[in-house]
Design a protein around this ligand. Structure first.
Ligand SMILES: Nc1nc2c(ncn2[C@@H]2O[C@H](COP(=O)(O)OP(=O)(O)OP(=O)(O)O)[C@@H](O)[C@H]2O)c(=O)[nH]1
Length: 298
């Protein structure tokens, strides 16, 4: 080695000849473009190290290949290009390439009644891999919503009926008295339990789907669930939300079935796995349902 040559340890032979499944970098700061939005993301970039004799991969080559992601909107084709660059820059060393991107998508949501609106963040992950020359992309999205237990609602209604019997058994019914009673605490002697719930969607896209339809997936999921968590809320909005919840009683099974149907109806979706978690206020544990589906090959 002369004085001007930088030592290159990665190029040395490995002391223990052993291939590795994933080698790379996690948590790389990266500005990305999704649906016209510039998002602050974190990327995990890696390749397999199939040449067990080689000491290491070339981290900088993966890092530099990510540059393309800050210039163009994310598409399946762009993700594939980046993964191909990972492999091209590791010829002879790696056969498989991996890229995970984590970001918070920000969407502005209107209030139910008032003219207000506010922002909601949706954690999203995009996982792309080029494995044995097969390209796969999986989108992960979390959507939060409110769920009210139908069983608890029925039990609460029964208690309200019982209270009505107790209070009016010996009285002749007067419209005015009933109206006053309904507006009092006795008229709602029991309330059903409800909870902030979350749907975790993992979606495989059709190969011909160019863009990543994250916003569309979120919108479809929220429409199917019916009681998405709100942003700006005045009393009129809160009342409308109470009504929406009362008309939208659901077990976790109901939520999972609704999401299943909504995702199946999206042309962009090739397969999915979904999990809904109702963080019960009745228990210290959660009620959970999962569902998976894959479009039949033509
Ligand atoms: N492979 C590997 N590199 C590491 C690790 N930790 C830090 N690095 C550094 O990552 C830097 C970039 O590696 P390379 O991409 O091989 O850099 P380079 O040799 O200048 O670039 P090329 O000429 O393209 O190979 C090097 O300085 C490594 O020391 C590690 O755990 N494994």
């Amino acid at each position: 080695m002369n004085a001007l040559t930088l030592p290159d340890i990665a190029a040395q032979a490995s002391r223990q000849a052993l291939p590795l499944d994933w080698v790379g970098m996690c948590g790389i700061a990266l500005p990305i473009l999704i649906d016209g939005q510039r998002l602050s993301a974190k990327a995990d970039a890696g390749v397999s190290l199939d040449d067990g004799e080689a000491r290491g991969i070339h981290m900088s080559r993966l890092y530099l290949a990510l540059e393309a992601l800050e210039r163009e909107s994310l598409t399946q084709a762009l993700l594939r290009d980046v993964l191909q660059r990972f492999l091209d820059s590791h010829e002879g060393l790696s056969q498989n390439a991996y890229l995970r991107i984590h970001a918070d998508l920000l969407l502005k949501r209107p209030a139910l009644i008032s003219p207000l609106s506010g922002w909601k963040t949706y954690p999203v992950s995009i996982e792309a891999r080029l494995e044995n020359q097969m390209f796969h992309v999986e989108l992960k999205i979390d959507v939060t919503y409110s769920s009210t237990c139908p069983c608890s609602a029925a039990l609460a209604r029964q208690l309200i009926q019982q209270q009505f019997i107790d209070d009016f058994a010996t009285m002749s019914l007067q419209h005015e008295d009933v109206l006053t009673w309904l507006g009092s605490a006795k008229g709602i002697v029991a309330t059903p339990h409800s909870q902030r719930s979350s749907a975790q969607l993992r979606v495989h896209l059709q190969a011909n789907q160019r863009t990543l339809p994250l916003t569309q997936l979120i919108n479809e999921a929220e429409a199917a669930l019916g009681t998405a968590v709100q942003t700006a809320v005045k009393r009129a909005d809160e009342q409308a939300f109470a009504l929406a919840n009362g008309q939208n009683l659901m077990f976790c099974e109901d939520a999972a079935r609704r999401l299943n149907l909504a995702l199946k109806g999206m042309q962009a979706v090739k397969a999915f796995h979904l999990k809904v978690i109702h963080a019960e206020s009745l228990h210290a544990h959660d009620a959970v349902a999962e569902s998976r589906w894959a479009r039949a090959a033509l």
